[in-house]
Design a protein around this ligand. Structure first.
Ligand code: PHE
Length: 360
């Protein structure tokens, strides 16, 4: 076999054996590159007798063509293999069961769920949702709500005060959601129908009290509002929330500075094992405070108490969540324990609706 043929056979074999593109490129360079073995053959052309040059040149060109062809084919083949491998590794088996991801792992906290339920119920009755800041000033948290300076609720054992400011006043962590009543009346025109869910703070901690807890405030202001409306709204709310047809309420006279008359509302219930059944039995549980908005509160926001009246109520959301979902210790709600949350929490897509069942 001629030297040329031998070289060709050798290089073709190397091309055939090559299995990656970088390797193939180095074969090409070492054969056809400027200093490559095939190019070197052409350099010897000048030393040949003239009659042999033509056929030698043709042979070398033939080898070059053959090698280029082989290199091209191999390159295409390797690219096809790489593509096939990538497709195989990226393929999705649609028959596999769905892997649990964050959507399935995550949980909605019972407090958030109960807030959503409450919002849903009141939205259905035509209430808007109002908000106010957690850090309040004295005017909104106390003064405008007819809580005089010497009222016990202002004393330091209940209220978290911020350090005194230059003018001698201190901001507070709001002790209830009632300041949102004031903010709403100052920023909207009656008629008003709002609820205001949110965090509140008091210096208090035991099995049923945490320094931060949640309330939902309700406020209705109109020209002819009376206690019958208040009673109806509360009854509808409790029936929808506890998903029962009958709720029995007991209104007990009480005192809040910002309502007159003021009442606390108890509901009839029965305990069966760990479960609390609302509307049955012969025990009573206090669940909210309410009353007709005090004329001094209406005056504080520039309303004429002879023209406008209304009612307000404040409900402890955490208490409702404990009752409805049977979690015994309030402190657990805020302990951040994943095991607790997995047990008491709700699926991400369990959005409460009146039609679909609230706690589903
Ligand atoms: N703000 C009262 C509390 O925190 C509850 C309440 C609100 C009572 C509205 C009457 C009317 O205890």
């Amino acid at each position: 076999m001629s030297e040329i043929k031998q070289l060709e056979t050798q290089i073709l074999a190397a091309i055939k054996a090559s299995d990656d593109l970088a390797d193939l490129e180095s074969i090409r360079v070492s054969a056809l590159g400027k200093k490559g073995s095939v190019s070197a053959l052409m350099k010897g052309l000048g030393q040949l007798p003239p009659q042999e040059r033509k056929s030698f040149g043709q042979q070398v060109n033939g080898v070059k063509q053959a090698l280029n062809q082989a290199l091209g084919d191999k390159k295409t083949a390797l690219a096809d293999i790489a593509l096939a491998a990538r497709l195989a590794s990226e393929s999705a088996d649609v028959t596999l069961s769905v892997r649990t991801g964050p959507m399935a792992e995550g949980r909605i906290h019972p407090i958030s769920q109960v807030m959503d339920e409450i919002n849903e119920i009141f939205a259905d009755m035509g209430f808007d949702i109002a908000e106010g800041p957690d850090i309040e000033d004295d005017f909104h948290n106390f003064t405008a709500l007819n809580i005089p300076a010497e009222h016990p609720a202002r004393q330091e054992q209940d209220t978290f005060y911020f350090p005194k400011r230059a003018d001698g006043s201190s901001l507070v962590l709001r002790t209830h959601t009632s300041p949102v009543q004031i903010r709403t009346m100052l920023s909207r025109k009656p008629p008003i129908r709002i609820i205001a869910p949110g965090r509140v703070y008091r210096i208090d901690s035991d099995q049923t009290h945490t320094p931060m807890f949640h309330q939902v405030e309700g406020l209705v202001i109109d020209e002819e509002t009376h206690m019958g409306h208040l009673k109806w709204v509360l009854e509808e709310f409790l029936k929808a929330f506890f998903e029962v047809d009958n709720v029995q309420m007991r209104f007990r006279a009480n005192h809040f500075p910002f309502t007159e008359p003021s009442m606390e509302v108890d509901v009839r219930y029965k305990r069966v094992g760990n479960e609390v059944r609302i509307g049955e039995g012969d025990e009573w549980m206090e669940i909210l405070g309410c009353g007709m908005v005090h004329p001094n509160v209406l005056k504080a926001v520039g309303y004429d108490p002879d023209q406008l009246q209304g009612f307000a109520f404040g409900v402890g959301i955490d208490r409702l969540a404990m009752l409805k979902y049977g979690a015994p210790d309030l402190r657990e709600f805020f302990a951040g324990d994943m095991r607790w949350l997995k047990h008491y929490g709700f699926g991400v897509l369990d959005v409460p609706t009146l039609a679909g069942g609230l706690g589903s």
